[in-house]
Design a protein around this ligand. Structure first.
Ligand code: 13P
Length: 248
């Protein structure tokens, strides 16, 4: 059985004080969650949030991770730095990074590999644009992204990763994929993993849905057999909203 994982991607929101206040409010609301709860604040807030969630069931995630341990990469943050302050997860290859910061499949793979090398679990994002869905190439797009992101990974590492299927047209638009669409495409992602690593291993990998997932639609999405969790943007910025998703 796969343990569901629900992660809040705060994106570029929250000052330090706001971040601490949000997580402080969140703690009691999610204390009885049956799933793994993760919050992914901006880098600058990670340390304070780490202190605030000590001894709770909330895990800490970063929103990116570099592919090298250290060096001349001005403005970047490495896995050892994140590990040292208690980061356990890192979102990799979010569509916003692919769109605005030139993230490629190869870099996504290298970042995820470095996260794993330091014991941080990558949450690798895949997903098609509206144009790609309308052109009928969704399955091909997510298959290529998934296989590229896991290239040359050991089966033991693949078993650890989390994949987030986020159709780009559903992010921040209020337009959710239907439960059936989300379930079907997550099945395609799982098949892509099975094609390289076999069905048994693919069945162990947790695959989230992301894109306008909220308090209202979470329980129906989570009831779908392929959907193992959610990557939540807007609805993760208010403790009450996020707790309702977590307690689907
Ligand atoms: P929204 O939940 O705001 O649509 O964002 C989804 C997302 O991009 C999470 O990574």
């Amino acid at each position: 059985m796969r343990t569901p994982i629900i992660a809040g991607n705060w994106k570029m929101n929250m000052t330090l004080a706001e971040a601490v206040a949000l997580v402080r409010e969140l703690k009691p609301l999610v204390a009885d969650a049956k799933c793994q709860v993760v919050v992914c604040p901006p880098y600058i807030c990670l340390h304070a949030v780490a202190e605030e969630i000590k001894g709770t069931n909330i895990a800490l995630g970063a929103q990116n991770i570099h592919w090298a341990d250290k060096g001349a990469f001005t403005g970047e943050i490495s896995a050892p730095m994140l590990k040292a302050i208690g980061v356990q997860y890192a979102i990799i290859g979010h569509s916003e990074r692919r769109q605005y910061f030139g993230e490629t499949d190869e870099r996504v793979r290298d970042r995820a590999a470095n996260a794993l090398a330091h014991g941080i679990i990558p949450i690798i994002c895949v997903g098609e644009s509206l144009e790609q869905r309308e052109n009928g190439v969704t399955d091909a797009v997510v298959t290529v992204q998934t296989v590229a992101a896991l290239k040359d990974f050991s089966p033991a590492d693949v078993e650890k990763v989390v994949i987030a299927y986020e159709p780009i047209w559903a992010i921040g638009t209020g337009k959710t994929a239907t439960n059936a669409e989300a379930n079907e495409t997550i099945g395609v992602v799982r098949n892509a993993i099975a094609g390289v690593y076999g069905k048994e291993l693919a069945n162990k990998v947790r695959i989230q849905y992301g894109g306008s997932m909220n308090a209202k639609n979470a329980s129906a999405l989570m009831a779908m057999p392929e959907i193992d969790g959610g990557l939540i943007g807007g609805a993760s910025l208010k403790a009450e909203d996020f707790s309702k998703v977590v307690n689907f």
